[in-house]
Design a protein around this ligand. Structure first.
Ligand code: 13P
Length: 234
């Protein structure tokens, strides 16, 4: 049995009000793993509040003249346990390629950070029937034999209110699982991301190959996020 993981990706937003309260849903509980990806500026406050954190990005270089960047060792030293690699917004806004993202995953593992690798196709790619090819390419070069988590985030479902149907998501998750090395197939978590909210979480999270969620918009509303955590705990 894979323990469910519910992750909050706050993107470039401030921590929601009440996030640091002891009773907030952003704290891990015994039933479900919970991790928050705040902006770099809020990592310390989250850690001080005993919230398990990850960074939304880190550079693959170790140190040096990289204005505006932050490296994996700094992320680890700041107390983060996780790191998002290859979120579609990074791929689009910062030109991160599959090769670069693979290097990020490798560098993260070298620094004992747990990578959550984001994969997923655009609407155009799905319309052309290429969703599996796209995801296969995004997974090539990734050390799938390592301890990583994968998040399937169809780009057309992110922030749009359109969610993959449970059947569409399950089909992709099962496909992704089939690409994993045999000894990792049972243990690797595959999260779904893309307009997950309390109204659709139960159906998505009950699919056999969906092991949790990577939540954007709904993670900015503690009530909604808490409901999703509750649903995942069942
Ligand atoms: P939304 O939940 O806002 O669609 O965002 C999903 C996402 O990008 C999480 O990383």
């Amino acid at each position: 049995m894979r323990k469910k993981l519910i992750a909050a990706n706050w993107k470039m937003n401030n921590a929601p009000e009440g996030a640091y309260d002891a009773s907030s849903p952003f704290h891990a509980n015994t039933e479900v793993d919970v991790v928050v990806f705040p902006t770099l500026l809020d990592i310390r406050d989250c850690n001080d509040a005993q919230i398990i954190t990850g960074a939304q990005y880190a550079c693959i270089e170790e140190t040096g003249a990289h204005t505006g960047d932050v490296c994996m060792s700094q992320i680890a030293a700041a107390g983060c346990r996780y790191i998002l690699c290859g979120h579609s917004e990074r791929r689009k806004d910062h030109g991160e390629t599959n090769e670069y993202v693979a290097l990020q995953v490798i560098t993260a593992l070298e620094h004992n950070l747990h990578p959550i690798l984001c994969v997923g196709e655009t609407e155009e790619e799905r319309d052309a029937g290429k969703e599996k090819d796209i995801v296969t390419a995004q997974l090539s070069g990734i050390p799938l034999e390592s301890d990583i988590t994968i998040a399937y985030e169809p780009v057309w479902a992110i922030g749009t209110g359109k969610t993959a149907t449970p059947e569409q998501a399950e089909e992709m998750h099962a496909y992704i699982r089939s690409l994993l090395p045999e000894d990792k197939r049972e243990t690797t978590k595959i999260l779904y991301g893309g307009s997950m909210k309390p109204e659709n979480a139960a159906e998505l999270l009950s699919q056999p190959n969906i092991d949790g969620g990577l939540i954007g918009g709904a993670s900015l509303k503690p009530d909604s996020f808490g409901q999703i955590v509750q649903i995942a705990s069942r």
